[in-house]
Design a protein around this ligand. Structure first.
Ligand code: AMP
Ligand code: ZN
Length: 476
């Protein structure tokens, strides 16, 4: 029987079971990247959390259909491509490729469908037309089209806007042209933007004249095309709740009928050293920035996947070092179990989805994931389970079972374990010398000296694993 997976729903503000409406396939939509530059680690916090969500859903026995768009036309993509004198398509192709490369480095499963806004202009025009025909939208003097929010009394339910900040009567006909606006200025939002000189060659014909779609519209058009008018779950960073998702709900329900998304999954923001990331503070990191500082994508994956998605994640460079050290520990534990079990290969993610193993001591870790994706708790349980296990005391079959269970949790989190031989960095000369001296003290049965040297090694961040004829230095 399938395990029950519960997740907080922004709309109802309740923990609700993640369910496939058709009983077979969980159909969900994630707002994708705006491809005007390399995505930063904040964006990847959200994409990694969505990846963990998908993995847990699949490992819990659900099939999935994951749709994530590429925003390749908006104010920012047009502005940057114009500034560089490059055609929009060429400019966004480059950053789309970069996004794919970074996702692969971070071990994110590719979505099943990845539609682009430019590839779906006809579908967006069709939705605008439906909204005009049903009285939910109107065309302005300049050929732009706006959604009339006073025509949709449910507006504001997702963001839980109170009645005062949302006096629909008062806001009627005030308009917002930019893609984003604040709660203080709730306004009719733009569906279709009339062509302006600064758009250059980036415009399309429409029944209302030349122009381009507004940002909010694309997700409604693409989710409708690939998932239908009612689907199981919709996700994005918490900044998208308002106005983006609120607008998506309004235009989708009014144009297509149906409920739109049945469950809303929002990921809280990543902060850097306690502050919002911004170019001016110089604290905005991309994967390439971290690589230049000597950090691996596997460590970033650990940091991002290991944070509870409903709490802000405070990113620090020292946290990256801790993550690399934790991964080495996991890799060593995995290698010890594999050796005892005589396992030559590790099970793949797909094999684990197909044949989920018994979880034994790792069952509490899995339960934490099923209970609102509590990933830090899951990691805590994993380390406790490993602490209690001693590979050398297990039978071959027990070691095999334990390894499958450990791998199951690692794959649920999408962690990338360094190969065992790479799990160990080269020890500095000073450390090697102390280790050598300790080995000699041990052979001479000078236990006091041996213990003192072990303590010295620990201070330097190293441990020693004693074998019968030799020892191994281990980075703590
Ligand atoms: P964008 O490319 O700006 O459309 O954003 C892509 C995704 O990243 C969206 O789901 C955003 O909500 C999310 N996002 C943006 N900034 C952050 C942040 N600092 N922390 C977490 N998610 C973010
Ligand atoms: Zn969206």
């Amino acid at each position: 029987m399938r395990a029950m997976f519960r997740l907080f729903d922004t709309y109802t503000r309740k923990l609700r079971e993640v369910q496939a409406q058709d009983g077979k396939t969980l159909r969900f939509y994630c707002c994708g990247p705006t491809v005007y530059a390399a995505a930063h680690i904040g964006n990847f916090r959200t994409f990694v959390a969505q990846d963990v969500f998908r993995r847990v859903a699949e490992l819990s026995g659900l099939r999935t259909k994951h749709v994530r768009n590429i925003t390749d036309v908006d104010d920012k993509t047009i502005r940057n491509s114009q500034a560089q004198g490059v055609p929009l398509a060429e400019y966004t192709a480059k950053w789309t490729q970069k996004f794919h490369d970074d996702c692969e480095e971070l071990n994110c499963l590719p979505p099943h469908v990845e539609p682009s806004a430019v590839g779906h202009v006809a579908e967006q025009i069709e939705i605008v037309q439906r909204l005009i025909d049903s009285g939910h939208a109107y065309c302005s003097e300049d050929g732009s089209v706006y959604f009339r929010i006073s025509s949709y009394p449910e507006y504001g339910k997702l963001a839980h806007l109170d009645a005062q900040s949302l006096d629909l009567g008062k806001t009627a006909q005030t308009r917002a042209d930019t893609d984003e606006y604040t709660k203080d200025s709730v306004a009719d939002f733009v569906l279709w933007k009339a062509r302006r000189p600064e758009d250059g060659e980036n415009y399309w014909p429409s029944p209302w004249g030349e122009g381009r779609p507004g940002w909010h519209l694309e997700c409604s058009a693409m989710s409708h095309k690939y998932l239908g008018d009612t689907f199981d779950l919709h996700s994005g960073g918490v900044d998208l709740v308002f106005p983006h998702h609120e607008n998506e709900i309004a235009q989708s329900r009014c144009a297509c009928g149906g409920d739109f998304a049945r469950h809303w999954f929002h990921v809280t923001h990543l902060l850097v050293d306690g502050a919002k990331m911004s170019k001016s503070l110089g604290n905005m990191y991309t994967l390439d920035d971290l690589a230049r500082l000597g950090h691996q994508p596997s460590a970033l994956r650990y940091v991002l996947a290991g944070a509870y998605y409903r709490r802000p994640l405070n990113f620090t460079l020292s946290g990256m070092k801790d993550a690399a050290s934790a991964l080495r520990k996991l890799s060593r534990a995995d290698a010890a179990l594999a050796e005892k079990a005589g396992d030559k290969t590790a099970p793949t993610y797909r094999e684990l989805v197909k044949n989920p193993p018994g979880l034994g001591a790792f069952a509490p870790a899995w339960q934490s994931l099923l209970d609102d994706l509590n990933t830090p708790e899951a990691l805590g349980h994993t380390f406790s389970a490993l602490h209690a296990l001693n590979a050398s005391e297990l039978s071959r079959a027990e070691a095999h079972e334990a390894r499958l269970a450990l791998r199951f949790i690692m794959e649920a989190l999408g962690l990338i374990l360094p190969p065992a031989e790479e799990g160990q960095p080269e020890a500095p000369t000073e450390v090697q010398a102390i280790a050598q001296e300790r080995w000699q003290a041990r052979l001479a049965k000078d236990w006091a000296h041996s213990d003192a040297l072990r303590a010295r090694l620990a201070e330097l961040g190293w441990g020693m694993k004693d074998g019968r004829d030799s020892y191994q230095l281990i980075k703590l």
